[in-house]
Design a protein around this ligand. Structure first.
Ligand SMILES: *Cc1c(COP(=O)(O)O)cnc(C)c1O
Length: 467
């Protein structure tokens, strides 16, 4: 089990080969469920096998089921790739194998996290006094921020939720739109609010919260309130009018949380920052580094203006731990995890290598690619762009027909030139294109738009012939 060099060399060369293939391999998986099960669901060996052999056979079995989602023509969901530097750093994170919960167990990690936290706040133009935690992703960033919000609004109501729990306390209502991300609803379940505590406010034609209706909702609900705003609608990329939402909510003593898993990075760009106007006055924010910042999975970020609320919801004490003197920052005071990997470290090196201008350029470039998709697709008769392209998301519909739109998406997926998926947007089928990979070039966009149009033409011709 001990030949480090041989194993690391195998891993390194397999990784290099894979990464080299990303630009040319089919984006979809080439093995199906049955084939993957046959290759991977082996009997647990009784005696064990030689490590180098295991590693090689394992990689070979995995390979046909690996999606090219880290590559330049994957536009599904909001995925993002990983810079080579970020992945290389992640290897070190695994090699160092630090438990990063406290300063005492990993001093270097704790201090590097202080630096990343400062850089993230600076890049996003958020208050330098805000607290930051590095979590697994947007799901836990939302959960963690809403745990701080739960503390904040109940403290104001004279109720110590950390000690007493929710039972018997004032009922907290959460105001959001029906287009709020699914992970917010899951967070409400985890936190004991229940999805039934959600008060849903209507959205406009772009998917943005309508402030007039928020006003009514705030007037009608009683007790402590948390308002969840969205920076970057998962379908359209649109932004709730956050400044107005903050004004209205704060006038009602409500906490404002901003889910900006990908959209918060608009703040790093001179050109797109206006979409977030007023967001710096909110109370908490959630974002991801593993999406648009292109570090490997997993890395999400929770940020709280009220650092005391953030800590109150998360801090951990136990008699056997080395107590912080107060000078050090213990990462586990800001996250739901106790033991965890150094998931902020790939972001540390990535931000140093990009610099402020590099991050801005990444955001601007992906948005320009999204606009190019729109321009290349909209010229084709029968193609309709369903929402304004304000950021990195494009929603497309074909022949104004659900079946044709879905068949076009399937055709593109099967061709394997690029990959994207479908959605239902305001009751109709649509194709969703998300541009968030650092390595996507203009040529990739042109090649992919051509693949989409050729799939559409095939579907449209077949439809015309059959009718
Ligand atoms: C992706 C996303 C999330 C969830 O983030 P994960 O990192 O996948 O947990 C939450 N909100 C929005 C708007 C997202 O796009």
């Amino acid at each position: 089990m001990n030949d480090d060099r041989e194993l690391f060399d195998i891993s390194r060369s397999l990784a290099l080969e894979f990464r080299k293939s990303l630009a040319t391999r089919p984006v979809h998986a080439t093995a199906n469920l049955a084939q993957l099960r046959a290759a991977l669901r082996l009997r647990l060996p009784e005696a064990g096998e030689p490590p180098a052999e295991v590693l090689e056979k394992f990689a070979a079995a995995m390979e046909p089921g690996i999606i090219g989602s880290a590559g330049p023509r994957y536009f599904g969901f909001v995925i993002g790739g990983s810079y080579p530097l970020a992945t290389a750093t992640d290897w070190l994170v695994s090699a160092w194998d630090q438990n990063t919960g406290t300063y005492s167990v990993s001093p270097a990690n704790a201090v590097a996290e202080e630096a990343v936290a400062e850089w993230v706040l600076e890049l996003l133009h958020l208050p330098s006094t805000a607290s930051v935690g590095f979590v697994t992703g947007g799901q836990m960033a939302n959960t963690s921020a809403l745990a701080a919000a739960r503390h904040g609004v109940l403290r104001r109501a004279g109720w110590d939720v950390e000690e007493r729990g929710l039972h018997g306390g004032p009922r907290v209502r959460i105001i959001a739109t029906a287009e709020t991300h699914a992970t917010i609803i899951v967070a409400l379940r985890y936190l004991g609010f229940g999805s039934g505590s959600l008060v849903s406010v209507p959205t406009d034609s772009q998917g943005r919260m309508i402030t007039k209706d928020l006003k009514t909702a705030l007037r009608d609900v009683e007790g402590p309130v948390i308002v969840c705003a969205q920076a970057g609608n998962v379908n359209t990329g649109s932004f709730d009018p956050i400044g107005d939402i903050v004004d209205l909510a704060h006038a009602h003593n409500a906490w404002v949380h901003v889910d900006g898993a990908f959209g918060l990075w608009a703040a790093a760009s001179e050109k797109y920052r206006h979409l977030l106007a007023g967001f710096e006055r909110a109370d908490s924010w959630a974002t991801d580094a593993h999406k648009w910042l292109n570090v490997p999975y997993d890395c999400g970020i929770v940020i709280c203006a009220d650092a005391a609320a953030h800590r109150a919801a998360h801090n951990i004490q136990a008699s056997y731990l080395v107590q912080s003197t107060g000078a050090e920052r213990d990462p586990f005071d800001y996250t739901p995890e106790f033991s965890r990997r150094g998931r902020a470290l790939p972001l540390y090196t990535t931000l140093r290598a990009l610099g402020r201008r590099g991050v801005e350029e990444l955001v601007d470039r992906c948005c320009a690619h999204a606009a190019l998709f729109r321009d290349l697709l909209k010229e084709e008769p029968g193609v309709r762009i369903l929402a304004d392209v304000v950021l990195n998301q494009v929603l497309v519909r074909f022949r104004d027909d659900d079946a044709i739109t879905r068949a076009t998406i399937e055709g593109v997926q099967q061709d394997g030139i690029c990959w994207l998926s479908g959605t239902t947007w305001h009751g109709i089928a649509a194709m969703r294109i998300s541009v968030s990979n650092w390595s996507t070039t203009e040529e990739d966009v042109r090649m992919s738009a051509e693949a989409i149009l050729s799939a559409y033409r095939r579907v449209a011709t077949a439809k015309t012939l059959s009718s």
